[in-house]
Ligand binder design. Structure first.
Ligand SMILES: C[S@@+](CC[C@H](N)C(=O)[O-])C[C@H]1O[C@@H](n2cnc3c(N)ncnc32)[C@H](O)[C@@H]1O
Length: 300
């Protein structure tokens, strides 16, 4: 593996950077607003000076659709979590939270108890960078874990998670970084945690077609799909976090079904393009669509 100067937070920074770039867009034009993201991103001053337009142009040169994919994934989950909160879910568990700031920036019920779960090093960094006065801090419990060798249910129950309360779990942009064994164990643990109540489970994963048939992971006519697929993976590897696990839809759906979940939605960026970007006149043409990741919502 390539050496990295990031302290396990390279990819968490990468996603926060795209959220910051989007936040710089005019309010009526942006898909998400994450004012906390700038605290976590190296070079945020330069990014701000460059503004939304230039940063988006650069991202477009690097890999068309990459920025839009990441911010629409965030928007999709924002809406899901806000809905769960409105519908009376009592707990929210953010698995592999990284520099997610939903707890602070979304309209959530003040009685929603939030658990942020990630590696200790990443959480320590997050807490050292987060401004001291942020909304809703009193409702968050930080739970450190390494999914590869620690039990999610033990860690959460020790931290006050209540199995009798209905919960929404989200695992955004994490499945590709952990082994298949670790993901399977995590899903089993979510099943244990959900045994006395109803849960919603969001999971994003990278489709195995990325290695088998990269062309299928982009819109028709996307230029150099093999090269772009390799580029995206090499950027993650350089950040010290290679993509080690890719999945077929059947594999993930079978795994969730085996552990008591029914699948409600499994979508790609193509749907999000019409849902979020088209109404703002920002929809991407087919040959710029990036659809290597699936977004899945299941119910226990
Ligand atoms: C790409 S970041 C996504 C962060 C956040 N979910 C978001 O979308 O902004 C991947 C996250 O997974 C976490 N992660 C990776 N491997 C992990 C492991 N073995 N145990 C716990 N967390 C892990 C990283 O620390 C990082 O925060």
């Amino acid at each position: 593996m390539a050496q990295s100067f990031f302290a396990k937070d390279g990819t968490a920074q990468g996603v926060a950077k795209q959220r910051y770039i989007e936040t710089l867009a005019k309010p009526e034009y942006r898909i998400i607003n994450d004012p906390y993201s700038k605290s976590f991103v190296l070079g945020s001053g330069v990014i701000k000076l460059m503004g939304h337009k230039l940063n988006s142009w650069l991202s477009q040169k690097l890999a068309p659709g990459f920025h839009e994919h990441l911010i629409s994934r965030t928007r999709f989950i924002d809406e899901l979590v806000e809905k769960c909160s409105r519908d009376g879910k009592q707990q929210y568990v953010i698995l592999g939270a990284g520099y997610d700031s939903r707890a602070h920036r979304l309209e959530l019920s003040p009685s929603l108890k939030i658990f942020e779960v990630d590696q200790k090093e990443v959480q320590d960094r997050k807490l050292s960078k987060l401004p001291s006065e942020v909304p809703n801090s009193e409702n968050i419990t930080y739970v450190s874990i390494d999914f590869s060798n620690q039990s999610l249910s033990e860690q959460l129950l020790d931290a006050g998670f209540d199995q009798s309360k209905s919960t929404v779990f989200t695992l955004e942009g994490v499945a590709q970084y952990v082994s298949k064994e670790a993901l399977t164990t995590t899903i089993k643990e979510v099943e244990i945690l959900s045994k006395d109540s109803e849960s919603i489970f969001f999971l994003s994963y990278v489709n195995e077609l990325l290695s088998k048939n990269p062309e299928a992971c982009f819109g028709k006519g996307y230029r150099n799909p093999e090269k772009k697929a390799a580029l995206i993976q090499s950027l993650s590897e350089k950040a010290g976090e290679p993509w080690i696990s890719l999945y077929s839809n059947e594999e993930i759906e079978d795994l969730l079904t085996l552990h008591g979940f029914s699948i409600e939605e499994n979508i790609t960026f193509s749907e999000l393009n019409s849902r979020f970007f088209a109404p703002l006149g920002r929809d991407l043409p087919e040959d710029q669509i990036f659809k290597l990741e699936q977004l899945l919502v299941a119910r226990s």
